[in-house]
Design a protein around this ligand. Sequence first.
Ligand code: NIG
Ligand code: FE
Length: 412
Amino acid sequence: MTTLFKNIKELVQVRNTPVSYVSGSEMKTLPTIKNAFLIVKDGLISDFGTMNNCPTLKFDNTIDASGKLILPAWCDSHTHIVYAGNREGEFVDRIHGLSYEDIAKNGGGILNSAKKLQKISEENLYKQSKVRLEEVIKLGTGAIEIKSGYGLTVDAELKMLRVIKRLKESYPVKIKSTLLAAHALPNAYKNNKIGFLQLLIDELIPKTAKENLAEFIDVFCETGYFSVEDTELILKAGKAHGLLPKIHVNQFTAIDGIQAGLKYNALSVDHLEEMRKEDIMDLKNTATMPVALPSCSYFLSIPYTPARKIIDAGLPLALASDYNPGSTPSGNMNFVISTACIKMKMTPEEAINAATINGAYAMGLEKEVGSISIGKKANLILTKKISSYAFIPYSFGNNQIETVFINGNPFN
Ligand code: NIG
Ligand code: FE
């Protein structure tokens, strides 16, 4: 099966020599080809170049992309899209003055989602979650990480992970699964945190690994949730079972969570709204990807990750949605890049690099997706007729996507 895209106004994020990720000042450059062609063969990118070099072979499909751009599909490296019900009541409570922390202290927040998650059947959880997955694919996401973490019991966590597995088997996008083992302390262990951690270490982590239900291990390392010590215990146990750390740190307070992640070679450290000088320094010359989640800052009215400080220090940065029912009920990566440009002062080039190749790296998928490179998956965004790629973040809240292709096939 072959498809030719011809007369592409601009082919964006072209990497002839594939890179793992881009950092610092490299992020300012977004390589493109104007007036381009792209060939897809059996779901993979097999050739591209300028129109004057376009082969005159016969193709199964030919798509005229005159006036339109093609980009690699977004790589969303941090989501919680498997959940039950919603929390719009808490949203209204926050409008009336309660804080996210107040709501959590009153038994809302993650515990509220856990109550719903524990009751729902696996089938219904799958049905609710697949709606969100389809929604984000249509918004341009072609690779996604999904976390557990709303179960808070061994059975409910395994239920979430099995739903992620079923999504992996049922949809053509690349999906990576994370065991968010320590997300909140359930009421049953209110006065026995060590007992809960022991349950995770003795039962949940080994069962997850045995059933091959996750690639990554995550902890919400935060004041009032799990300490650095707790985090290290879980990361150590996860690593012993082959689960690579990807962790929630520095959302509300900077308590050395980044350093704990670095100690266990985390693939990524995510949130980073509160960053000290030493946090940025310590990330230098490591293989750990910093990940910012601007839609979370937007929705909770908390500080934005200091992208300028991070990138100007020479570090890489990835952008992800954090789609979840409490802090970010949106998985729209187009909005994420707009917000990164508008609120974090990232340039469109930096934001698109952060949401494609760097996001792919933050999921261990940099060899398969995240750039226009020969041999990578043909997970592509075909835009409407627009003036330039900067128009995508500029026209915030609007959708500039005409069609999303996954493995070369339109996703409708
Ligand atoms: O990434 N911060 C921790 N976890 C989620 C939100 C959890 C919730 O409120 O449901 C996040 O923001
Ligand atoms: Fe999150």
